[in-house]
Structure formats: structure tokens, C-alpha cells
Unconditional design. Structure first.
Length: 353
């Protein structure tokens, strides 16, 4: 495939939610014929998710700040993710965000389709983008929208229902901004770099894409994947996982680990762009979502990506004779990412030196 000219997307598949209303079988386009699918499997080890208390990180002047930075560095180098506690967003507000997600997907089809993704668009309501004939489609419906900065929102694909949607998502984006900035600063400090070193590459106007994921229960979870294995194209991703239903898994050293449900925590993972900026010290982990036969599952992932014109690349301070530059400088990595994603190749390989 010519990577510079991605083919136009094929017609979208039916929403997975509609499919399950049709009956109890899994259509061929969703089913893996090899052993790549994975149902919820309790025999997989549970991940001991590193916990970082954001309240202890700078700008707080806590005496434990140094220790917390060491923990952060090790979590990001080892797993590429951590569970953020003490993040400053109240449980009752997170409840509202969860409810909103649930309420949106519970709306009648006609209502949701008012925000449908255009055939050549990225944003809006739809399911797995079908870019390849042979592609197995994820068992997932989603709403994908830019929530920040405000002037980049495409309100024509923002739901009008539930009525609180716009207000709550606006507020969520406002509450996330200082968390994101502090995490970027802490990442730099944990590597003994100047604190704005990561943040400057992200930019003051860094973009937040919100992806509301809905994974309907599946009659044959052993045949499908909610989300195929991938690493995120973001700098960092902040995930609000389902409160009760497990399904997210991370890969480490060839082994899949189940993420336990952790009410009220934000799960923060590194994306490819922070792996690039950190010259490979922080890992952009492979992860996937599996489904189960009993319960639907929801999640909300917020992907933070640099302003489009920003060039990103390994921080100069991390490069010397012993640790050579591992990645090229690149602008608009998100574009490269989507061109590679469905082909099954790791997009980050395109920028490796
Ligand atoms: C994603 C993602 C995890 C989840 O949307 O990229 O990894 O739990 N989501 O839904
Ligand atoms: Ni992801």
C-alpha cells in the first residue's frame, strides 16, 4: 500500500450494538480465524498497576516528591502506564462522565447517527474504520471527538443528548489540562531534564481527542477482540476505564496482563510520541481490549497530541555518544499513525532510525 496516499475507507460496518440485536452469531468480518482473538481469560495474570499519587508530585513541595518521581520513571520505563490517584477530579464528577458515556450509547440509533462520522472523516460516531479488505473489525462502537482546545471542536459531531454532554465534557477537558501539564513536567523531572522539556513539544494548545468506547457483550468473545492490539499514537492517554467490567490488557515481555478495575483512578499510559521524545526510555505499551458474554463495557480514553505544526523528536539532552538518537524528528505523527495502524505494522517503526 502506498503510505502517502491511504485508500479511501471502505463503507463502514454496521454498529456492533445493532449486530447483537440481530441475534447470537458473530459475523465473519468480526471473527479471527487464527488464535489472535482472546476472550476474557481469568487465567491471565492480573497486572500490579503502579500507583502514582499526583498530589505528591511537583508543583507540590512534598518531601516525598523525589521518591514519587523515581516511582513514575520506573512505571513508565517498565509498563508504560500507571494509575493516577489524588488527581483532583472528584468521584462525583467522574460519575457524571461515566453516566454520560452510558447514556449516549443507550440513545436510539437515529439519535446517535446525528453525530455519525463522515465517510472521509475521523471525528464522530461510528465503529472500527475499515481501511483494508481483509481487516478483522473490532467489536467496538465509538464516538471520537476533539474536546480541547475549544476552537478546534467540531460541534456538528458533538451529541446534543444527553443534555449535559457539552457542559460536562467541556468541564472534563478543563480539569484534565493541569493534570496533563503536571504529568509532562514530572516526566521530564524524573529524567533530570528541565521541567518544560516534554511540555514544550506538546505545546500550550496541545489537542485532546476523546474516544468514548462501547464494547457490547459478545455471544462468542473467544472469536473477537474489542480493540486489536495496538500502542497509542498520542503523547499520553488518560483512560477512564469501566468501573465494574474488566477488559483492558497490557503486554509486557510477551505476556498479556489484565488490568483490574480501579474505581475513581485515571489510568495514564504513554503513547508513541512520548516514547519518541524520551528516546525510548519510556515505553509506549501494546494493549488490547477483550469482550465477554455477560456484560457490556464502556471506557473513555483521552489522547493528548501535540499541536499539528509542532515538530517532535528525542530530547537533545538525552542524546550523547553512548545513547544515540533512536527516532527521527517528525511533524503530525497522528497522520503517520493512522496510515500504518490497520496494516498491522507498528507505526513507531516508521520513525525509527
Ligand atoms: C483506546 C484504548 C482502552 C479501553 O481507546 O485506545 O486503548 O479500556 N482503550 O477501552
Ligand atoms: Ni489504546
Amino acid at each position: 500500500m502506498d503510505m502517502a496516499q491511504p485508500p479511501p475507507p471502505l463503507p463502514p460496518a454496521q454498529s456492533v450494538q445493532e449486530l447483537i440485536l440481530d441475534g447470537g452469531t458473530v459475523p465473519e468480518r468480526y471473527a479471527y480465524k487464527d488464535d489472535r482473538s482472546a476472550s476474557f481469560d481469568e487465567s491471565l495474570p492480573l497486572m500490579d498497576v503502579p500507583v502514582i499519587d499526583l498530589g505528591l508530585l511537583p508543583p507540590s513541595s512534598s518531601s516525598s516528591a523525589g521518591e514519587e518521581l523515581i516511582k513514575l520513571r520506573s512505571a513508565l520505563a517498565c509498563w508504560g502506564c500507571f494509575q493516577a490517584t489524588n488527581h483532583g477530579i472528584s468521584c462525583s464528577f467522574l460519575d457524571q462522565v461515566h453516566e454520560l458515556t452510558q447514556q449516549f450509547f443507550a440513545l436510539p440509533k437515529e439519535e446517535k447517527e446525528k453525530c455519525a462520522r463522515a465517510p472521509d472523516g475521523m471525528e464522530g460516531y461510528g465503529n472500527d474504520m475499515v481501511l483494508l479488505e481483509q481487516q478483522v473489525i473490532d467489536w467496538n462502537d465509538r464516538l471520537y471527538i476533539i474536546i480541547s482546545p475549544e476552537d478546534q471542536r467540531k460541534l456538528e459531531v458533538w451529541p446534543e443528548k444527553p443534555e449535559t454532554f457539552r457542559e460536562v465534557m467541556h468541564e472534563y477537558s478543563v480539569k484534565l489540562r493541569p493534570i496533563i501539564n503536571n504529568v509532562f513536567k514530572a516526566m521530564a523531572l524524573s529524567l533530570n531534564l528541565e521541567e518544560n522539556c516534554f511540555l514544550n513539544q506538546f505545546g500550550e494548545q496541545g489537542v485532546m481527542f476523546a474516544r468514548f468506547n462501547y464494547y457490547p457483550r459478545c455471544p462468542r468473545p473467544d472469536l473477537v477482540l474489542g480493540l486489536k492490539p495496538h500502542a497509542d499514537g498520542s503523547t499520553i492517554t488518560l483512560v477512564l476505564p469501566d468501573r465494574e467490567v474488566e477488559g483492558l490488557q497490557f503486554l509486557r515481555d510477551g505476556q498479556w496482563f489484565r488490568v483490574p478495575t480501579i474505581p475513581d483512578a485515571l489510568l495514564i499510559n504513554v503513547g508513541d510520541q512520548v516514547e519518541i521524545i524520551s528516546n525510548g526510555i519510556f515505553k509506549s505499551p501494546m494493549h488490547r481490549a477483550v469482550t465477554n458474554a455477560e456484560s457490556d463495557r464502556i471506557s473513555l480514553a483521552v489522547f493528548c497530541t501535540p499541536e499539528e505544526e509542532n515538530e517532535i523528536g528525542p530530547a537533545d539532552e538525552l542524546i550523547d555518544e553512548e545513547t544515540p538518537r533512536l527516532y527521527k524528528k517528525i511533524r503530525n505523527y497522528t497522520k503517520t499513525y493512522f496510515e500504518y495502524y490497520q496494516s498491522g505494522k507498528r507505526p513507531i517503526d516508521a520513525v525509527k532510525i
